[in-house]
Design a protein around this ligand. Structure first.
Ligand code: NCD
Length: 297
């Protein structure tokens, strides 16, 4: 069993993983995978995904191998394919992040060991989506029928592409707001409409008075052809304290992190800011994912 895209999971599969993560988070369920080894192969920078997978592996009683591209034979010219084929002999599950779209699928095609996608370019980030769904369900008690506004660089963010699909699966009402030119490719909106009947609302203004959840992401500067364009958008794009005037009292603001300039630091102190709690859910959720993919073989 590989987890490469959120499309690899049915709603039932997602529920099973979220329920298992609930049991782990509440101390009702123990995972014992003593003797197993996880490998974290991150060819792109990461703080949360890598460290929470490593923490999750250890909390399951496993150990982990950390691949550091800068200090590896990649520097001598070894290929991605040869790296994967080598590490499959050293570990029971491989977590892979790479800047190229499709790289996690490629890795999965090269090994019989389970591969989990920790983010492939601007394409997919399924484990983040599971954390996001888990966070929403824990914070709000449900996902269906909630008004969820996604705000940020919807053109380049893999978190957003994956999340729109996950939210559609659970019948949330989704509104998209992005700076001009950074809209989500309509192909993803057509897909969720066709598969789940979700009609996504598009808004030109940063206005989220009806939102139960506001999910923000940064401008993905590293995926821009022109770095100056990214910098100029970054300077202008920010959720300010005043923008929260008139919004729902129990609004939850989520963010996959890292955040750069896009959220006023004043907001961090407000009860609506739930993104660090969301980041901490990465551990029980990724424990559930490791257990799930190893059980499915
Ligand atoms: C995200 C990513 O890597 O796509 N980070 C994460 O995994 N929590 C979001 C981002 O980098 O903007």
């Amino acid at each position: 069993m590989d987890l490469i895209s959120i499309r690899d999971l049915t709603k039932e599969n997602v529920k099973e993983i979220l329920d298992l993560a609930d049991g782990i988070a509440d101390g009702k369920k123990k995972i014992d995978l003593k003797g197993r080894i996880a490998a974290t192969l991150f060819f792109e920078p990461s703080t949360r995904t890598k460290l929470s997978f490593q923490s999750a592996a250890m909390r399951c009683g496993m150990t982990y191998l950390d691949f550091l591209p800068e200090l590896s034979s990649l520097k001598k010219g070894e290929s991605f394919a040869d790296t994967i084929k080598t590490v499959e002999g050293y570990a029971d599950v491989l977590v892979v992040r790479h800047a190229k779209e499709g790289s996690a699928r490629l890795a999965a095609d090269m090994t019989a060991k389970p591969v989990v996608n920790g983010g492939d370019g601007g394409n997919q980030h399924p484990t983040q989506t599971l954390i996001d769904l888990f966070s929403i369900r824990r914070m709000k008690g449900k996902i269906d029928g909630l008004n969820v506004t996604l705000l940020g660089d919807l053109k380049h963010a893999r978190t957003m592409r994956s999340l729109v699909y996950g939210l559609a699966m659970f019948d949330a009402n989704v509104t998209l707001i992005s700076p001009k030119g950074l809209e989500m490719d309509p192909i993803y909106l057509k897909e969720v409409e066709k598969k789940f009947g979700l009609k996504v609302k598009l808004k030109g203004e940063p206005e989220f008075r009806d939102a139960d959840v506001l999910y923000v992401c940064r401008i993905q500067a590293e995926r821009f052809a022109d770095p100056y364009e990214a910098q100029s958008i970054m300077k202008k794009f920010r959720v300010k304290k005043e923008d929260l005037d008139g919004t729902k009292k129990d609004l939850a603001i989520l963010h996959p992190l890292p955040k750069i300039n896009e959220i006023d630091p004043e907001i961090d102190k407000m009860p609506q800011a739930r993104y660090f709690e969301q980041a901490h859910y990465g551990v029980p959720l990724r424990m559930a994912i490791i257990d799930y993919v190893l059980r499915k073989g």
